[in-house]
Design a protein around this ligand. Structure first.
Ligand code: FES
Length: 91
């Protein structure tokens, strides 16, 4: 089961014509919206089953790369503010 964080379940999914976005959810997963594709290291596509998925960033999910809500049980906490923007990488 791909389980976005319960607190994030009310966030609308992006439409197919919208760009992919990744949102770091406070104290929880990375929410990915839009026409994305997730692959294993060997290139096998992992069916997302939803237009919005939650990717684990606490490291304890039993459904990696997806969040299974375990971050709540371990009290996972993130920084209150995102890091400052970095300059673009050279081409
Ligand atoms: S972020 Fe939710 S289980 Fe890791």
């Amino acid at each position: 089961m791909i389980a976005p964080d319960d607190d994030a379940a009310d966030i609308p999914a992006a439409g197919a014509d919208e760009p992919v976005s990744i949102t770091a959810y406070p104290n929880g997963p990375l929410l990915v919206r839009g026409p994305f594709e997730i692959r294993t290291p060997t290139g096998v596509v992992i069916p997302p089953r939803r237009k919005t998925v939650a990717l684990c960033r606490c490291g304890v999910s039993s459904l990696k790369p997806f969040c299974d809500g375990s971050h709540k049980a371990i009290g996972f906490r993130t920084e209150p503010e995102p890091p400052a923007p970095q300059p673009p990488l050279p081409a």
